[in-house]
Write a protein that binds this ligand. Structure first.
Ligand code: SAH
Ligand code: SF4
Length: 381
């Protein structure tokens, strides 16, 4: 993929139309191309692909643009087959992770917004890597397209998936399995892969506009969740722009000192400023916020911690998503036991009427980039 070529996935439908106007091509051809990209999930201009485009349009596209498909460096499947993780290669050879989670009636893509992350959360594999660069809108869109493509029933000769019982980065026991052909549509997106989406605000919002376009992938706003570590200016901007999406805040601790020990950027955007921004967001959008809480044994998983989060969120439209820690090499903490998670939930529900979910880690054997192999959320309250 050449960097000099215009990546078509970078463009909203309107921008594509403008580009065609600049080339003196009809908007009808722009619409046709858009359909090929997002309904046909085309990955090539070469005939017989895109039969409805005139030769002069096709020639120009071949000369000046590219379809920014991201090649798969590695694909792994969890032992239960519900979760597939893709390591995708960018044009500059950097790699990002995209995860497809498929449970009954619910297909979700977990996508990345950056290569690495600058926020440095101590328990996070991406944070431990450090920051390399932002993703472009096209690189974000390409991940969703990749998953949408993976959901199409595969031709029989392409039915091989590597099953990796350890980590996608360092496979040690791989064998070929047969993927079950099953058509499904991508309906949910969570921006919970590598990176901090509000640190890459403009590219993420352009990508969301493209993903939501009703004539394309048509993802519903109520099915897109953006998770942030708590970038206060970004939250306030989301509130002011009333962006239609769900917001998740990675809280992890209910007081400033404990939070700053886990999430270093809490020193820049302290907890009281973060909570004020959350209040503004909920008031201006009328939306409930999800608060994520990575459960670390003995560190933030006791009933006292649950009471502290209950107090902190009192009066706010909130749901708490508890995620047992996914162990990483760079952090010594251990995941909480199921009993601790249940007790935490019980305090939230019985003392604060606060709804919560615990994410089961059924896909842990393929190690999600951010510990996000969320399978089968179990609800309380
Ligand atoms: N940067 C954003 C989104 C990506 S991380 C954010 O921090 O919100 C998505 C979620 O995974 C966050 O809630 C994050 O705290 C959590 N997470 C990261 N590493 C984890 C791990 N090792 N175990 C469990 N959850 C983890
Ligand atoms: Fe970045 Fe989110 Fe990981 Fe923190 S948890 S380092 S913000 S990706």
């Amino acid at each position: 993929m050449s960097a000099a070529l215009l990546n078509l996935y970078d463009l909203t439908r309107e921008q594509l139309r403008t580009q065609f106007a600049r080339w003196d091509f009809s908007p009808v051809h722009a619409a046709t191309l858009w359909n090929y990209l997002y309904l046909g999930l085309a990955d090539s201009f070469t005939p017989p692909a895109m039969p409805k485009l005139p030769a002069k349009v096709r020639d120009r596209l071949i000369a000046e643009t590219q379809i920014g498909v991201l090649p798969t460096a590695l694909e792994t499947a969890s032992s239960d087959g519900f979760t597939h993780k893709y390591l995708l290669t960018l044009a500059d050879a950097e790699r990002i992770e995209t995860v497809l989670m498929r449970y009954t009636g619910r297909v979700t893509a977990c996508i990345s917004s950056q290569v690495g992350c600058a926020m440095g959360c101590v328990f996070c594999a991406t944070g431990q890597m450090g920051y390399t660069r932002h993703l472009t809108p096209g690189e974000i869109v390409a991940q969703a397209v990749h998953v949408a493509r993976a959901l199409r029933p595969p031709p029989p000769e392409k039915c091989h998936v590597i099953r990796d019982t350890a980590s996608a980065m360092s496979p040690h026991t791989c064998h070929v399995i047969r993927d079950k052909p099953a058509a499904a549509r991508l309906r949910n997106i969570v921006l919970m892969g590598m990176g901090e989406p509000l640190h890459n605000y403009d590219a993420v919002m352009t990508a969301i506009d493209i993903l939501r376009d009703e004539t394309g992938l048509a993802l519903g706003a109520e099915r897109i969740t953006l998770s942030t570590v708590g970038v206060v200016p970004g939250i306030l901007r989301l509130a002011a722009e009333k962006r239609p999406l769900h917001l998740a805040i990675s809280l992890h601790a209910a007081n400033q000192a404990e939070r700053a020990a886990l999430v270093p950027v809490a020193k820049k955007w302290p907890l009281d400023e973060l909570m004020a921004a959350c209040r503004t967001y909920s008031e201006s959008t009328g939306r409930r916020i999800f608060y994520e809480w990575t459960l670390i044994a003995g560190k933030n998983d006791t009933p006292a911690h649950a009471r502290a989060v209950g107090e902190l969120l009192r009066g706010l439209p909130a749901q708490v998503n508890l995620i047992p820690l996914n162990p990483t090499n760079g952090y010594t903490g251990a995941p909480s036991h199921t009993a601790a998670a249940k007790a935490f939930q019980h305090v939230l529900a019985s003392e604060f009427k606060l709804p919560s979910t615990v994410r089961q880690r059924r896909g842990i054997d393929i190690a999600a980039g951010c510990g996000q192999l969320a399978v089968n959320e179990t609800s309380a309250n």
